[in-house]
Design a protein around this ligand. Structure first.
Ligand code: HAM
Length: 404
């Protein structure tokens, strides 16, 4: 039997209800914050991700579903959504228009990772990207929006924030860090040793406990920020404080994608095991320019739908909809007409086969219908339908045209 690929999952009912509920809730809130929907292709030129997510990142270095297409183009399935949105933003010349543009999106992302609980090779994100607003108030507002989404879904979380500086302060910090890392080089794992050259900031994020011990006294970015980055970061923390939003300053939060500048954040849950990040994002003021557009400040985030599905509880739902059945085959035509009318406003289940009343009631109950409506011989003659409310147990007979 052919099975789904490792790390890829079908989302079947009833779990799929949670999937849709998360998407609907997030989209409704994003629209309230002024975001419009954008859809971009799943397949993009590999160069797009190399340039944005970064060649030294694990995502690009190890995890891409990359291949040469029939036309000889080097393409890959998107490992994340931001790069495609930025490409579309530039390609559609919105960078030249000026002003603020806000987009939300959702869909599958692909990373050839080692599958484990909460870590898939095909997973789904919901994300938002805001272009043209350089103020740190926008960073704050985005964090507030994610909080609103998780609060609406009834999910617990904690927030980690950091600043990754800018081209003015980052190179200086990088140098200080590299000097320190070279001092402790021999004790670090192989990955870290390699990263000292390719991407020293990522060393801070190493999960190896021995490395973490050695890194305890490394210089931290937030103490090496330039004036503007520092004052933005202070302002962000003050705003979070004044809105009583709890957060943890995590100087080792560097994120797995290279495009971030200044604010970086993650929302984590303590209830889903090791893969605890349920949303992540930050500011990326250089990316639009780096991909060939006009310099445009930007900030965004994405949340992982499968991880959130583990946490979300659907609101209690009572019985819903109408079950329609026949005890006489001649009544089916009438039943189908009633079904079509009712479907304008309600969920309708129709059983085409002739069944006993008992069988119809049992089927209606199993489907969770509120009403079970059946036409038998007597009802057909009288132009009526027999209706039982499965909640109140009340039964009645009504004329076809009065069944509302
Ligand atoms: P990311 O942190 O790589 O950021 O992914 C965002 C979220 O996607 C994670 O917090 C997690 O919930 C989920 N996720 C990531 N990888 C997996 C996986 N293998 N299996 C299941 N869930 C996963 C980004 O992708 C950025 N594009 C976010 C962003 C938008 N930054 C600025 N704008």
């Amino acid at each position: 039997m052919i099975q789904a690929l490792r790390g890829m999952k079908d989302i079947m009912p009833p779990e799929s209800e949670r999937f849709v509920y998360i998407l609907d809730t997030a989209a409704k809130i994003a629209r309230r914050y002024g975001y419009d929907y954008m859809e971009t292709p799943l397949l993009e030129e590999t160069a797009l991700f190399k340039r944005s997510v970064g060649e030294s990142s694990d995502i690009v270095g190890k995890e891409m579903y990359q291949f040469i297409d029939k036309g000889g183009h080097d393409v890959c399935l998107r490992p994340e959504g931001t790069a495609g949105i930025v490409r579309a933003f530039i390609q559609n010349r919105l960078d030249r228009k000026g002003g603020v543009h806000r987009f939300y999106y959702h869909g599958p992302m692909f990373r050839y990772e080692r599958p484990q609980k909460g870590r898939l090779r095909e997973f789904h994100q919901f994300g938002c990207e805001s272009f043209g607003e350089g103020s740190v108030y926008e960073d704050f507002t985005i964090i507030l929006m994610i909080k609103d989404i998780f609060d609406a879904l009834g999910i617990g979380y904690s927030i980690k924030i950091n600043s990754l500086g800018c081209p003015e302060c980052m190179p200086g910090y990088r140098e200080t860090l590299v000097t320190h890392l070279n001092d402790i080089r021999d004790g670090l794992c192989e990955d870290c040793q390699r990263r000292i050259e390719t991407n020293p900031i990522r060393v801070l994020d190493c999960k190896n406990t021995h490395c973490q011990e050695l890194l305890e006294h490394s210089p931290v970015i937030v103490e090496n920020l330039c004036e503007t980055c520092d004052s933005d970061f202070v302002r962000l923390t003050r705003m979070l404080d004044s809105h009583a939003i709890e957060y943890e300053l995590d100087p080792k939060l560097v994120r797995g994608l290279d495009y971030y500048t200044r604010t970086a954040f993650e929302f984590v849950s303590s209830e889903i095991g090791a893969q605890s990040a349920i949303a992540g994002g930050g500011r990326y003021n250089r990316l639009v320019e780096f991909l060939g557009g006009k310099p445009t400040p930007a900030v965004g985030f994405a949340l992982g739908i499968e991880r959130i599905m583990e946490l979300v509880k659907l609101p209690e739902k009572g019985r819903e909809g109408i079950y329609l059945g026949v005890m006489e085959p001649e009544a089916l035509d009438t039943v189908l007409k009633i079904a079509h009318e009712k479907r304008k406003s309600e969920t309708v289940f129709v059983e085409y086969a002739r069944r006993s009343l008992k069988a119809h009631l049992k089927a209606a109950d199993r489907l969770g219908a509120k009403l079970c409506a059946v036409i038998g011989e007597d009802e057909l003659k009288a132009g009526q339908i027999w209706v039982k409310d499965l909640e109140t147990k009340e039964e009645r007979r009504i004329a076809f045209d009065q069944f509302d």
